[in-house]
Design a protein around this ligand. Sequence first.
Ligand code: B16
Ligand code: MG
Length: 213
Amino acid sequence: MPIGFIFDLDGVITDTAEYHYRGWKRLADEEGIPFTREDNEQLRGVSRRESLRRLLKGRQIDEAVAEEWMARKNNYYREFLESITPQELLPGVRDFLDAATEAGIKLGIASASRNAKPVIERLQVGPYFDVIGDGYSVVNTKPAADLFVWVAGGLGINTADCVVFEDAEAGVAAALRAGMRVVGIGPEERVGEAHLICGGLHTLAVDQVLALQ
Ligand code: B16
Ligand code: MG
């Protein structure tokens, strides 16, 4: 039976969380809003708009202002992206993608980011993936199931035959809602709902993941 592996991007393939943090931090400093690295953890895996809502912590701003702030943060973020190279693949990623491809598994990306495609291009891993789902692919991003279901559809694989690799609580919840098996990357308190928890793709073997099915 064909199997699909669906990878989140930020926190699984590469670590762009630091660049998101610096972009939001610069905006927050300019606007006099307190924002720490700890606050940034709450933005992991959620959309740009939801990130802004969490950063505001109940402060009210007009829609036009919200649009301008999101655009400004995104411009800062995109400046950082220009320096990304394949060196910024997380440990073990290329070996794991090679092993999965070798095993005949179809691979896809499901990222909440609207910048996923340029990031993948800069990392030079595009050819591994048959489908790239990003922040433009569906209306409801994680924790809704929609993005994972969209990617599974593109791969032509039943949702029940897909395994998701996720680093965010919202992403694990989304994958479970989609009826998929989930490998959680990171601490128990963040990805504890996953079927298997590990510290990164460098600690995993493809057979171990297939045994989850
Ligand atoms: P953008 P992922 C997510 O990527 C990030 O983890 C999250 O922090 C960010 O807010 C979101 O993408 C949207 O990103 O502003 O570039 O559209 O983990 O789903 O790959
Ligand atoms: Mg992520």
